[in-house]
Design a protein around this ligand. Structure first.
Ligand SMILES: Cc1cc2nc3c(=O)[nH]c(=O)nc-3n(C[C@H](O)[C@H](O)[C@H](O)COP(=O)(O)O)c2cc1C
Length: 360
């Protein structure tokens, strides 16, 4: 099937986009995007776990001033739906991250740009009218990290996200079976020879010597003027450590099940992490979000905002910038509709939904 330049009537949900994208994407890209690590247990359960949580209606509450704006790090964001960092977007669209940022502009969302974006940070920021965050994979040469951070600061990125849960690639059996490789014309243009891409399993012990620790996190935190957000927190212990180090925010995430298979579904670990954080710093959530009701559940269980990863790529693969914008629009409208049903006039009200009312 060819990429679409219109939206057919049967494209009405994120799952529909997934269905279309699977018919449009080449098998190489599909192996990279529509897969998780090892047996893909965490990948599958991220989404399934949402289906075990149920909501209640409160449809006689006043919702006259329906409002989905949020405030994070003293900035107002139009809505709590953020675009997760996803590498190599040119795999599914000739303009890659430029198409995505155009869609993000139209829907006034916040896009988090991957270290491994296939367009340069300069190009992306030049095309952005909506807020951008920058995601960093820490490189063994600290000068490279500092250069990237300074560039992001200069280009007006609003936050620095350090991904801590993917120091190396997970065991990507689906990619291995298929023989996934990046086409020659696509690369991580912002970093020469990115460290995380080494799939050299024979030298694992050498690789292990170069991996970042809390020391590097502390160093970067002290050398950046941007709010620092740690992405890939899935334990109470690491949430606690982030607070101790004065980190500005966390992203509860298991990388969409792409790193260590057997990690608990993100939504299952969110409540205990939120309890530990106790509203001291913002919590962003990702993993398995496909519906407005999923966003309600994540916010009710402690998140301030959510990110979506694969759905961005499915939208991009199906219909380029139009597909991403439509994906974001669907999700935003589903969130608003679900807020009316649950009697939540604004995002703060969603946070007041009692955990006991979320039936497991
Ligand atoms: C194809 C692909 C590439 C990704 N690339 C990155 C990346 O470069 N940096 C990062 O921090 N996370 C990356 N992620 C993880 C996402 O940011 C996010 O945590 C995950 O996709 C959320 O789960 P979801 O796909 O179910 O929404 C990637 C995920 C996918 C599917």
């Amino acid at each position: 099937m060819e990429k679409l330049d219109f939206i057919p009537n049967d494209l009405v949900s994120l799952k529909d986009y997934e269905r279309y994208a699977k018919q449009i994407m080449d098998l190489n890209s599909l192996a990279y995007i529509n897969s998780g690590a090892a047996d893909e247990v965490t990948f599958r359960k991220n989404e399934e776990a949402f289906q075990e949580i149920y909501l209640e209606t409160n449809s006689l509450e006043e919702v006259k001033n329906l409002d989905i704006k949020i405030e994070l790090f003293k900035e107002i964001y139009d809505n709590p739906i953020f675009l997760a960092p996803v590498a190599y977007q040119k795999l599914v669209d000739i303009n890659g991250e430029i198409s995505t940022v155009q869609a993000s502009n139209v829907m006034n969302c916040c896009m988090c740009v991957s270290s491994f974006s296939s367009c340069s940070l300069e190009e992306i920021s030049k095309n952005a009218t909506s807020p951008l965050w920058f995601q960093l994979y820490i490189q063994p040469d600290m000068n490279i990290n500092l250069e990237l951070i300074k560039k992001a600061e200069k280009l007006g990125f609003k936050a620095l996200v350090i991904t801590i849960d993917a120091p190396i690639n997970g065991i990507r059996n689906v990619e291995q079976r298929y023989g996934f490789s990046l086409p020659k014309e696509i690369s991580a243009v912002n970093i020469k020879n990115p460290f995380q891409l080494l799939n050299d399993y024979e030298n694992i012990s050498d690789i292990a010597k170069k991996l970042p620790t809390w020391k590097e996190i502390e160093f970067i935190k002290n050398n950046s003027s941007l709010p620092v957000v740690l992405k890939g927190i899935n334990s109470v212990a690491y949430a606690k450590k982030a607070l101790e180090l004065g980190i500005d925010g966390i992203i509860v995430s298991n990388h969409g099940g792409r790193t260590l298979d057997s990690l608990a579904p993100s939504i299952k670990v969110l409540p205990k992490i939120a309890k530990e954080i106790n509203k001291k710093i913002p919590i962003i959530f990702d993993g398995g979000i496909k519906r407005g009701t999923d966003i309600i559940k994540a916010i009710a269980l402690g998140a301030d905002a959510v990110m979506i990863g694969r759905p961005i790529m499915y939208g991009l693969a199906t219909a380029g910038a139009l597909g991403v914008a439509h994906t974001l629009k669907i999700l935003k409208e589903e969130l608003q509709i679900s807020m009316i049903f649950t009697g939540c006039e604004n995002i703060e009200k969603i946070k007041e939904i009692k955990l006991s009312n979320l039936q497991y």
